[in-house]
Design a protein around this ligand. Structure first.
Ligand code: BGC
Length: 815
């Protein structure tokens, strides 16, 4: 186990899908799964490349009706590179005897290496080695270096490189009945370097509905051996949408032949190009050699790690997994993403699960970026802002005001959630009401506000953020109604984050629940934030915005009233009810079901297959009420409840609510472990640590049994890193100061990380007994740092060490 590498030392066909997702290489513009370069899609392997935001819509007839889905498209496979010896079969790892195998994803350098020493049927012993990267430095380029060592033979080797646009979307078994053909072939032809005459290949395809043109070009060169024969390109007789090129080379006994493939990728959406075909051909013609490409790529990764690494001394495995999570986050959203119009895909650009859609998961992902690479976080929020017209239209069509963002978003921001989904356990297509999770808009507003608080980006607030917040507040104000009997505002027919409750058991044909506590309390919070936003804007911007959105004093008064009078339901002495009437549901037989099924994470599917329904029971897929405990400190939440006229959230009530809901949660979403770990870090450290460990292993061990091969869980990955960054350090931005209140100092070893607050960089070192916060010299002014209530002014270039007390000791600040 290395702190910087994910290593596998055996080839295990059954694990390939998982490894392909975990070893994907990408650069925030595209991601290529870590399939071997020599394979085609089959039961074991699934080479696939996805473009950030590369969607296409396609209709399918399901259960008697036509449904339309927008999918993240599996783009042509640029990485096809294989060989054969003496005109034999093309290399197949399953047809040779493997002597040694090693696959290493080098997180520091962003390279995937595979090395296989094998003996073939002719008893020839060879070592094959490939190194691959998707350039972080030049987002349009990717490369593979392949070397073959002939240990006990000599002879002719053919190396074949292909660009394969015959691919379909076949990465998720459950979707196989759905239309999976998204590409039309346009061009597949060789071309020459006008100066050198070198032959290269080019492929152009177009997505069927969204008309996105995607061009790839590739060149191969033998770089080790002067006895290389000129490359031959073969297109004749080939299928449409495919082109390949072959090189012949003589290898001597004991010699190693090294071949490199450089590929370029452009689309018709790229700026500063004439046409993607021209751009791709020119890019690959001018591309540097693999070594130089690698060098530039490593340099950018070094810069990213300098900002983003979280160092956990004494925790090798934790360290590697945290880096793996940061790595995939940065491969999905990188500086290359900033000028693209893309959101935060729940499953990365690593697979086809959830069709590459954007949910509310950015709530768990943006905090990491806000504190380091705020420009990327801002570009994700811009994706939302650009879709305000669609969200306004959606609200209008529902008879509401403001902007209603979709639960699942893709290219243009319309609702992309399925109307029906397949329960693989029962084989039935069942109605899917998940789109009534209106809280997705609350997550967007929350992200805007936190982004502003952490980065201090006033321009962003003026240009986009304030409009998003006001439009979302307006939406919820129109969704809510005043109950004249209670004098409180209510919201009906929605779902909270817990997807196991879609309706009341006696009214299953009427989607939604009333007064979901998470939604209602977040709305009250949002109403106060909307007023704070107004106060933050200068008079000119405020007046312009109010004028443009036609916000008047009456509307502001309504928001103020809602901030004090949203209803929150309680039961069982101080337990916040997940929704009105929750207490009438039946308790669930957890032990019985565990004994019967073992894995009961997906209780919705189990119960549906039994002809029952999760709606009937007190059970949750993931945190719902406890999401409030995750997003706010006890003090903040208590203040919010008091403002609403409810009892304060005492320490005791905080704990009883946690115990109550934790005992009724199946963790059917990977987000669940991480959220519960954060919530319980202070009150239940043992349990929290166990949940943190489970969250860390969610993808690397595919604990949901088959979901990770379909795409990583970006929310859970980023969430675990954020857990260390914010929850373990107790980091909080309040009243312009940075507050820390660390936990787990005895378990993590020394923790080191960098944070950026209001544009200023800080180095934080957290040990068992002390915490040091150092400011970079470039600062203009002092910042207030507060560790466990001890506030100090931190000046540019200075550092402060705070002693951390343990039970019975007092905190003392020491320089
Ligand atoms: C979770 C949602 C999440 C979605 C995408 C679902 O299983 O319940 O909260 O947004 O996955 O990650």
């Amino acid at each position: 186990m290395s702190e910087w590498s994910l290593i596998y030392d055996q080839f295990e066909p059954k694990q390939q899908g998982l490894r392909e997702a975990l070893c994907a290489t990408g650069n925030g513009y595209f991601v290529t799964r870590g399939a071997f370069s020599w394979v085609m899609a089959d039961e074991t392997h699934y080479p696939a490349t996805y473009l950030a935001g590369g969607y296409n819509r396609a209709p399918t007839e399901v259960a008697g009706r036509v449904i339309e889905n927008e999918d993240l498209v599996n783009m042509p496979n640029w990485s096809a590179l294989t060989f054969r010896i003496e005109g034999g079969d093309w290399f197949n790892i399953q047809a040779v005897t493997i002597e040694t195998f090693r696959q290493e994803l080098d997180l520091k350098r962003g390279i995937l290496e595979v090395e296989v020493r094998f003996r073939d049927k002719q008893n020839r012993e060879s070592t094959l080695k490939t190194r691959r990267l998707a350039s972080m430095a030049d987002m349009h380029l990717a490369g593979i270096e392949m070397s073959l060592t002939a240990h006990n033979w000599s002879g002719r080797v053919d190396v074949m490189s292909g660009l394969d646009g015959r691919v379909i979307n076949a990465g998720v078994k459950r979707y196989r009945d759905l239309n999976s053909s998204h590409l039309n072939p346009v061009v597949a032809e060789p071309f020459q370097n006008p100066d050198t005459g070198e032959t290269m290949i080019n492929l152009l395809v177009e997505t069927k509905q969204s008309k996105l043109r995607v061009s790839q070009a590739a060149r191969i060169r033998v770089v080790s051996n002067p006895h290389a024969f000129q490359a031959k390109s073969a297109t004749e007789g080939g299928e449409e949408g495919y082109i390949e090129q072959t090189i012949h080379v003589d290898v001597g006994h004991g010699e190693t032949v090294v071949v490199e493939k450089l590929a370029s990728l452009y689309t018709s959406r790229d700026p500063a190009i004439s046409e993607p075909g021209v751009a791709a051909r020119e890019a690959v013609t001018h591309a540097p050699a693999f070594g130089r490409l690698l060098h530039n790529h490593e340099r950018v990764w070094a810069m990213l790690w300098d900002r983003c690494d979280i160092i956990v001394e004494d925790g090798k495995k934790i360290q590697m997994i945290l880096r793996l999570h940061i790595f995939h986050l940065l491969q999905t959203l990188s500086p290359n993403t900033i000028d693209l119009d893309v959101g935060v895909p729940a499953r990365g650009w690593h697979g086809e699960a959830y069709r590459g859609h954007v949910f509310w998961d950015e709530l768990f992902i943006l905090p990491f970026l806000n504190f380091r690479l705020p420009a990327i976080a801002r570009s994700c929020l811009r994706y939302r802002h650009l879709r305000l017209p669609e969200a306004r239209w959606a609200a209008f069509q529902s008879g509401l005001k403001g902007s209603m963002f979709p639960w699942q978003s893709g290219s243009d921001g319309r609702e992309e959630s399925q109307k029906v989904h397949l329960n693989p356990r029962s084989g039935r297509w069942v109605p899917d009401n998940s789109c009534i999770q209106r809280h997705v808009s609350l997550a967007i507003a929350y992200n805007v506000w936190r982004h502003y608080e952490i980065s201090g980006a006033e321009h962003f607030l003026e240009l986009r953020g304030a409009e998003l917040i006001l439009e979302i507040t307006r939406f919820f104000a129109s969704l809510a109604h005043l109950n004249p009997q209670t004098g409180r505002y209510e919201i009906h027919h929605v779902m909270g984050p817990d997807e196991y409750h879609e309706a009341y058991p006696d009214k299953e044909d009427e989607a939604g629940l009333n007064n979901n506590a998470y939604t209602n309390i977040m709305v009250a919070w949002l109403c106060t934030v909307a007023m704070r936003v107004m106060a933050c804007l200068d008079a000119t911007h405020r007046d312009e915005l109010m004028d443009r959105l036609m916000v008047d004093e009456r509307e502001l008064a309504l928001w103020e009233d809602m901030s004090r009078k949203m209803i929150v339901c309680y039961h069982d002495d101080g337990i916040i009810s997940q929704f009105e009437g929750y207490e009438n549901l039946k308790e669930f037989d957890w032990e019985g079901y565990r004994a019967k099924y073992g894995d009961i994470q997906r209780l919705d599917r189990i119960l549906e297959a039994e002809g029952d329904s999760a709606n009937r029971y007190k059970l949750s897929k993931q945190a719902d009420v406890l999401m409030l405990f995750y997003l706010f400190s006890r003090e903040e939440l208590s203040e919010m409840l008091e403002r609403l006229g409810y009892e304060p959230l005492t320490e005791e009530r905080w704990q009883t609510n946690i115990d109550y809901y934790l005992a009724r949660t199946s963790h059917g979403s990977t987000l669940s472990y991480m959220v519960h770990a954060a919530v319980m870090a202070r009150s239940h450290p043992e349990k929290a640590w166990q949940l943190f460990t489970q969250a860390l292993h969610a993808d690397i061990d595919d604990i949901q049994g088959g979901t990770t091969p379909e795409g990583i869980h970006l929310g859970a990955m980023a969430g675990t890193v954020d857990l260390v960054q914010r929850c373990f350090t107790g980091l909080d931005v309040r009243d312009g100061a940075l507050h820390f209140d660390p936990v787990f100092t005895d378990r993590m070893g020394t923790l080191k990380l960098k944070l950026r607050h209001l544009g200023r960089w800080l180095d934080v070192t957290l040990g068992r007994d002390e915490m040091t916060v150092a400011a970079h010299r470039s600062w203009a002014r002092a910042l207030t740092i507060c560790v466990r209530g001890e506030a100090r002014e931190l000046l540019p270039g200075e550092s402060i060490t705070f002693r951390l007390s343990h039970p019975g000791e007092d905190p003392v600040a020491a320089d």
